[in-house]
Structure formats: structure tokens, C-alpha cells
Design a protein. Sequence first.
Length: 205
Amino acid sequence: MKGIIGKKIGMTHYFGEEGKVISCTVIEAGPCVVVQKKTDDTDGYSAVQLGFDEMKERNSNKAQAGHFKKSNAKHMRKIKEFRNFDLDKNVGDNITCDIFTEGEKVSVVSTSKGKGFQGVVKRHNFSGVGMRTHGQHDRHRAPGSIGSSSYPSRVFKGMKMAGHMGSDTVKMRNIKIAKIISDKNLILLNGSVPGSKGSYVIIER
């Protein structure tokens, strides 16, 4: 496995070799710093811990400050651990978007946009109860019966009801890398990627 941490910049489009317009998401991928390196001898498994988005030391809490001081690394806002990392890197080394190639398919992990508390029409695509006739009053977007009366006198788990929507960790697979701009640390991914502008993105293969 190999991967990198990035930040979603936004969406754009460009013209491919055949003249077709390709919509893509722009990701600022790296440079990431190796904060910690774990081995089978010391930790029981092999992994590389990467840091992204440098911050001032005073903004770190005590646990973070101790961790960065132990590895003599810069203070980073986002840390991600990659198991069985393909590249042989040491603590303090930089990893850039050059570890990927154009046309390669990758997986993207991000946090989807939070939408707060939503009803069943928006959250589960319910159609509501229809028109205002037949005695309906202010119930056009209501969920209706949930099927529990004296037995079993409870609501089944997984029942489609109103509730919190969004802010979920989403993983999209087989996204093609349309273009890599190395000098600006940018990766252009085909199509859309979950999350709002400025949200952190994990790109891995």
C-alpha cells in the first residue's frame, strides 16, 4: 500500500487528449512528512505515519507535542497511518504526489458534508403523503406509521426515520487520476469526491 494526505481545493475541468471536457476534483496532495515509522520488532506490525498541514507548536496539545518531540518532527494538523507502506522512508522524509502516476486508479477516503438533523424526505427519499386532500393537515413530509404497536412495542433497529445526516466517513474506489501537477503538489481526480472545500482527503492504493 502507498498513500498520501491531501486537502480538497474544489472542482474544475480540463480538455483531454481527445478534446473532451473532463470534470475533476482538485486535491492539494502533500508534501507529507514521515512522523513515525513502526516495525514488526518494536510495534508488532509495519506502518508509516504521515503528517500533513504544518501548524505552530503552540497550537498542539501536550499529547501531540510529546509525540512530535519524540520523533523530532514538525507539528502537523492531520496524521494518518498507512500499514505495509510500499516506499522505504525514514522519519523526517517528505512524500509528494509523485508517488502516483497519471491514469492510475486510487481509493479516496473523506468525510462527507454534514447536513444536520433532516427528515425522512431528504434523508431517505420518502415521497411524503401526497396532496392536501383526504383530511391531511400539515403532514405532507411526515414518515407515517413505523409498524410498532402493542407488539413488539419497540422500534426495530435500522428503521428509516429522521435523524442526523452527513458527516460520514466515505470511501470511493477506482477513481482515476486525470492529471498530476508536481510543482504545485496538485492531483486532479476524475469526477467528484466527498467532503466540502478545505476538508482532508486520504488518497491510497
